[in-house]
Design a protein around this ligand. Structure first.
Ligand code: 8YV
Length: 312
């Protein structure tokens, strides 16, 4: 019989992907071992690749136990839980599901913008409960003509910009480098926040972006401003955000990501001026199927040619 490459799955994957991987590789599921440390000690040396959803850290202490591991396939685009300087030094190739989830994440950003402004969740409650039979609905706020600021103009930021433009919104952004776009570039996040009616976060959760949305940025966003986060929870100083929401420093927030997922801070859950999503921006049937295929294709390519196909 042929020996299949040994792959370590460090957190549960969607069943369709798990099944595909099982067909092609000898899969070890780290989360299923009663004593993961013992498994790593005994069999870590034979692991050649890791698969992760990206929201559990690929710790350097883990990599040290996997000397033959030369590829990490991420089911997602965020590499914030992987130390890329270590993977680079060890020549471990890291693949991400590039370009696949861009539209879905941008759709959610605009969906949240519309849901917040046009009070979609409140109106559903109002209609469903029968309240409409005794009183008229309150008014909501117009989106067209408003200003939308995008922090991070990568593929996702750009897709958000195009959608906002189509809704008749004025768009500005921050990015490390100027882009050739019709949109106005702001020098820093505080300036962008001051411009914005809606401040949308679409930048990586890397160390340099940790807590860059702080009390000063929120103050600049102002009492009519709304924060939309489809990036990473750690980009926002959560204590500052909660205070700003409680005190009306900003109007509200719509969040898909949090610092301690899947746990959401109870203080946030009690607020009425927030919309809370369970990190579903990329969670459509279509996109998740393509993401699963991407993970499989990267690993198959790695094991047949020595190269992954969509590097981080
Ligand atoms: C997650 C994401 O990967 O791509 C990303 O960075 O945050 C998501 O697509 C997905 O939820 C799997 O955990």
């Amino acid at each position: 019989s042929i020996t299949l490459p040994e792959v370590l799955i460090i957190q549960p994957l969607m069943p369709q992907l798990d099944e595909k991987l099982t067909q092609h590789f000898h899969c070890h599921r780290l989360y299923e071992y009663a004593d993961p440390a013992l498994f790593l000690q005994r069999q870590g040396k034979s692991i050649q690749a890791i698969v992760t959803r990206g929201d559990v850290g690929v710790e350097n202490t883990l990599l040290e136990q996997l000397p033959a591991c030369k590829a990490i396939a991420v089911f997602g685009v965020g590499t914030d839980r992987i130390d890329l300087s270590t993977t680079k030094a060890r020549q471990i190739q890291v693949s991400i599901t590039k370009n696949i989830l861009t539209d879905d994440v941008a759709d959610l950003a605009l969906g949240l913008t519309l849901a917040f402004s046009r009070k979609l969740l409140q109106y559903d409650q109002f209609a469903r409960s029968g309240q409409w039979e005794t009183q008229g609905p309150v008014l909501s706020s117009k989106v067209s003509g408003k200003k939308l600021g995008i922090a991070g103009l990568g593929a996702i930021g750009l897709a958000i910009a195009r959608r906002a433009e189509a809704f008749g919104m004025e768009v500005a952004y921050t990015a490390r480098s100027a882009k050739t776009t019709p949109y106005r570039r702001c020098d820093n996040l505080e300036q962008l926040a001051a411009f914005s009616d809606f401040l949308v976060l679409a930048l990586p959760g890397s160390a340099e972006n940790q807590h860059i949305v702080d009390r000063n940025v929120l103050k600049a966003l102002g009492a009519d401003g709304v924060l939309i986060n489809v990036a990473r929870g750690n980009v926002v100083n959560e204590a500052d955000l909660i205070t700003a929401l409680q005190q009306g420093v900003i109007k509200g927030a719509a969040l898909d990501v949090y610092p301690q997922e899947p746990v959401i801070n109870p203080a946030l859950r009690q607020l009425e001026n927030v919309i809370l999503m369970p990190h579903i921006a990329s969670a459509t049937f279509e996109t998740r199927e393509q993401m699963a295929n991407n993970v499989l294709e990267n690993l198959l390519s790695y094991f047949s040619t020595g190269k992954i196909i969509s590097p981080a």
